[in-house]
Design a protein around this ligand. Sequence first.
Ligand SMILES: NC(=O)c1ccc[n+]([C@@H]2O[C@H](COP(=O)([O-])OP(=O)(O)OC[C@H]3O[C@@H](n4cnc5c(N)ncnc54)[C@H](OP(=O)(O)O)[C@@H]3O)[C@@H](O)[C@H]2O)c1
Length: 350
Amino acid sequence: MAEKLRVGIVGASGYGGVQLVRLLLDHPRVEIAYLGANQNAGTPFGELYPQLAHRIDRVCEAVELDRIVEACSVVFLATPNGIAHTLAPGLLAGGLRVFDLSADYRFVNLETYQSWYGGDRHDAAVARAAVYGLPELYRERIRTARLVGCPGCYPTASLLAAAPLLKQGLIDPRSLIIDAKSGVSGAGRALKTGSLFAEADSSVAAYNVARHRHIPEIEQICSDLAGMRVQVQFTPHLIPMSRGMLVTLYAQLRDPGLVSEDMLTIYEAFYRQAPAVRVLGSGIYPQTKWASGTNTCFIGLEVDPRTERVVVLSALDNLVKGQSGQAIQAMNLTQGWEEMLGLPAIGFYP
Ligand SMILES: NC(=O)c1ccc[n+]([C@@H]2O[C@H](COP(=O)([O-])OP(=O)(O)OC[C@H]3O[C@@H](n4cnc5c(N)ncnc54)[C@H](OP(=O)(O)O)[C@@H]3O)[C@@H](O)[C@H]2O)c1
């Protein structure tokens, strides 16, 4: 039996961290060698998450570079934006492979990052070497990457819905409108007024309209796919459910003669080699419940001949394909393992 890969998780006490622990405990080729936290440093992980105490007997440790380098070959950074770039250069210099779940390493241009996220960055060379961790679009680059900037839930659901349209020049890119809905766990485990039950329950609202931080990231990848500068209209909404995300994308067709069946054939061909994406049959539209707990993104679509628009719907679990599962998928690629190894593909239902 081959030696297991020693992996660490910084930010283990958060929602992304606990998903990583859950998924990595069931991964056949890895062992969890380090858990790191901030305010929860010193607390046994099983005290934070008693439902996992029988499977993992580790204490969340303070985040110390030397300790991580000594313990691990691979590390996941499940920390708020602005932390990874203070850790990744040292971790890479220590020979580790790094998977960042925050926005720190998703941008080709650090000026774009700074104008939307603020803060000082002194790691331009490191950021340039990072690979955008969406396997469906950048699989070959991820295989050899040492630093992967894993996209989050909104960009993943939006880009998987948009990619075939942009890559094959099927739409007017200026007409791209993305309407997105997220469950409350999208905001993380830290206390926030908007995440309180009394605020979020029985209510739906948009937020950060025309200025959400994921806009420049979605535009960066859309532009790469289209081979020209693309701007998108992106509106996120908070929905009263714990987890899950639904994106509805609208765009004007270049060829109004295309019908839904043509478009489905194009999507099926585009994602034929993508085990984490399921293109649904004609007239079937995805539900977040189908994706819950899985690393699968479900896609459905319809061409509206009346308006000459295409409507694409994508549903995923914000904490799995939209976060931790995606990072594990990328790790599997860097190790030469089957892409979905250890990742759940079938959810609970109902
Ligand atoms: N939630 C989602 O649906 C989602 C989806 C995609 C991507 N993301 C991204 O994934 C990352 C983690 O999100 P999350 O939802 O898991 O957040 P979270 O639940 O708030 O957890 C954040 C984690 O980071 C740790 N942390 C905070 N400040 C730190 C510091 N200065 N140094 C080291 N560790 C620190 C926290 O430790 P303590 O608890 O000990 O303070 C906690 O373990 C974020 O960048 C987020 O944008 C989130």
